[in-house]
Design a protein around this ligand. Structure first.
Ligand code: FE2
Length: 142
């Protein structure tokens, strides 16, 4: 699938570049269909610290009986550092490869996020960006 990277905030769009970045509003996108492959190749030994782990809770804990789904994600089977020099900057959530929302992280917090979704989609995708090791992704069924 075609992948487009926002030149300003690093947000990814799948399939086609949007007129405007849904995160920061920038208009310049560069195509790089190998963005995840490149991260893996540049940091092979670090995959366990970067590939998002996804837990889908079909029984929403926030608004029960409303058709919502909670998507919990933590970055890495092995906990990723969250230090000034090396940390996960943000975690983006997609449903069927359409962007839904971003969680911005700062050094000192744990590298995880919760996305509360109301959707009829089939697949959730998580994309995270490490300031040193780039973009990483994982998918789960909804
Ligand atoms: Fe990293």
């Amino acid at each position: 699938m075609s992948v487009f990277i926002c030149g300003s905030c690093g947000h990814l769009e799948f399939g086609a570049a949007p007129a405007k970045c849904p995160v920061c509003g920038a208009t310049k996108f560069a195509q790089n269909d190998n963005v995840f492959k490149e991260s893996e190749e540049n940091a092979k030994e670090a995959a366990a610290k970067h590939i998002p782990k996804i837990i889908v809770k079909k029984e929403c804990g926030l608004i029960p009986d409303s058709g919502c789904v909670d998507v919990l994600t933590v970055i890495g089977e092995v906990k990723h550092p969250m230090e000034e020099a090396h940390f996960i900057q943000w975690i983006d959530c997609y449903v069927d490869d359409k962007y839904v929302s971003r969680q911005i992280l700062t050094p000192g917090v744990n590298a995880g996020a919760l996305f509360h979704l109301k959707t009829a989609g089939a697949k959730v995708r998580i994309v995270e960006n490490c300031n040193k090791h780039g973009h990483w992704t994982a998918e789960a069924e909804l």
